[in-house]
Design a protein around this ligand. Structure first.
Ligand code: NAP
Length: 249
């Protein structure tokens, strides 16, 4: 029997790898012996990350909204590592809070395009090359299930990502490919970091979180490692919430 949550030798595409949470996930999967394909728009950030890893990752700079780019990532993984076992759709954006009256159509489209369409296109590229036993993991958000005022586009995009997870799990189950989402709460890095600058919001989040603190780097990888490994072989279509109890209050 494989050891618990073993991902050594698994071939893993990770989008949004260049900064924030993706960088933490890249380090965790690398330390666990996975072969990584790192995706973000900014090549410098990926090259910089690659230098810190013990493995020799594939670096793919491009935009997850571009279906040809996603297909190219899949092809390069096959050429370099012989296939793709895990595709983590993690790239995402969220600008500062914007009221419905002030939201421009361009801002709405950009958030939905990256967070939802980009996620779909990554999952599609994965589904086209994955063998049975494959894993698609989508980074969702507690805001997708429990929106906050001022985050309408972000909430809609993440809620869509959770629904997409279920729809794809139904479609890909017969091929023995699992599809799960990780709904993150408030993490102390990346997109969440600017909320730290506002004392009222900062306190609001801590008061609203059962564990009474923000998520840290160490709180992140466990859920992804589990969902990427043989240990989660009978888990599909779920949204695993990693939020310190934010959703409870
Ligand atoms: N931080 C939190 O508290 C939190 C909470 C809930 C959910 N999340 C989710 O977690 C994920 C990662 O967030 P984060 O906090 O790590 O954000 P981050 O620090 O802003 O990093 C975002 C990453 O996504 C990449 N990216 C953005 N748009 C892209 C595009 N169109 N094509 C390719 N790559 C793109 C960025 O690459 P470039 O640098 O090249 O733009 C960067 O590497 C997101 O899906 C976010 O919604 C975060």
């Amino acid at each position: 029997m494989e050891s618990w949550a073993d991902v050594s030798g698994r071939r893993v595409v990770l989008t949004g790898a260049g900064r924030g949470l993706g960088r933490i996930l890249a380090s965790a999967f690398d330390a666990a012996g996975a072969h990584l394909g790192l995706v973000a728009r900014t090549k410098d950030s990926l090259d910089d990350l690659a230098q810190t890893l013990k493995g020799d990752p594939l670096v793919c700079a491009g935009d997850v909204r571009d279906d040809e780019f996603n297909g190219r990532v899949a092809r390069q993984m096959v050429e370099r590592f012989g296939g793709v076992d895990v595709w983590i759709c993690n790239a995402g954006i969220s600008p500062e809070m914007t009221s419905v009256s002030d939201m421009s159509p361009e801002t709405w489209r950009e958030i939905v395009d990256i967070n939802l369409t980009g996620t779909f296109l990554g999952a599609q590229a994965a589904a086209r090359v994955m063998e049975p036993g494959g894993r698609i993991i989508i980074t969702g958000s507690v805001i997708g299930d429990r929106p906050r005022a001022g985050l309408s586009a972000y909430a809609a995009s993440k809620s869509g990502a959770h629904a997409l997870t279920q729809a794809l799990a139904l479609e890909l189950g017969p091929r023995d490919i699992t599809v799960n989402a990780v709904a993150l709460g408030w993490f102390d890095t990346g997109l969440g970091a600017h909320w730290h600058r506002d004392e009222r919001r900062e306190n609001d989040i801590v008061d609203h979180t059962s564990l009474g603190r923000w998520g840290t780097a160490g709180d992140l990888p466990g859920a992804y490692l589990f969902l990427a490994s043989a240990a989660s072989g009978y888990v599909t279509g779920t949204t695993l919430t990693v939020d310190g109890g934010y959703s409870l209050i």
